[in-house]
Design a protein around this ligand. Structure first.
Ligand SMILES: C[S@@+](CC[C@H](N)C(=O)[O-])C[C@H]1O[C@@H](n2cnc3c(N)ncnc32)[C@H](O)[C@@H]1O
Length: 197
């Protein structure tokens, strides 16, 4: 099992939710598919016909499944977990391209995406600023970035236990503001989300 040192915590973590692998990763993947509500995110992202979308930290692929039902032209993903990559690839169709990689190094070209999205992994990234720099780079001018983390108006027990402190939420918002023209915060059912343009 891999170790991750998130920017939001003082200690490294070996949680299978932070970097799924082995049996623990398999169980974490099932739990994420079961508990992580993604429809609010799809609604807020509002993918338009023909758009090209990137998801970072796709995990077991709950959001990719829903994005398939939109009229996106292409849906790409990066996640450092080989286990999650294999899992999502098994169900992928020709519109989906998932790779191993990280938010700091997605491996995609400048301005390749109309929109990029990250759900429940921003607090796990090792470096918030480097991750946002990379997402700004791969999002086209005028495109959108949606970042979401546990929180919202009706958080379940897990979401409550993972909620970030207000100063950490403010830091995310300020760093988005340095890179995008507008940033709006939304309280979804069990996620706090920012949509930046
Ligand atoms: C808690 S899971 C969330 C998965 C999915 N987005 C969901 O909401 O169900 C966190 C995911 O982020 C991935 N991850 C960890 N570090 C990352 C990084 N530096 N860049 C991108 N993804 C990362 C993990 O491998 C894992 O699949």
């Amino acid at each position: 099992m891999g170790t991750v040192k998130p920017w939001s915590r003082s200690e490294p973590t070996r949680s299978p939710f932070a970097l799924p692998s082995g049996l623990g990763g398999w169980f974490a993947g099932r739990i994420m598919l079961w508990l992580n509500e993604q429809q609010d995110v799809v609604d807020l992202l509002d993918v338009r016909p023909g758009e090209v979308v990137l998801e970072v930290g796709y995990g077991p692929g709950g959001l990719i499944r829903r994005l398939r039902r939109t009229s996106a032209k292409r849906i790409c993903g990066v996640d450092p977990s080989q286990q999650m990559c294999d899992l999502v690839r098994r169900r992928a169709d020709e519109r989906i391209e998932v790779r191993t990689g990280t938010v700091e190094r997605t491996g995609f070209r400048d301005a390749e995406f109309d929109c990029a999205v990250s759900v429940n992994n921003v607090a796990i990234w090792p470096n918030l600023e480097r991750g946002l720099d990379e997402l700004r780079r791969v999002t086209r001018p005028g495109g959108r970035l949606l970042i979401a983390w546990h929180g919202g108006t009706h958080p379940n027990r897990i979401a409550r236990s993972q909620a970030l402190r207000e100063d950490q939420l403010t830091r995310i918002e300020q760093e988005l503001g340095k890179r995008f023209t507008t940033t709006a915060r939304h309280e979804l059912t069990s996620l706090t989300a920012w949509l930046a343009r």
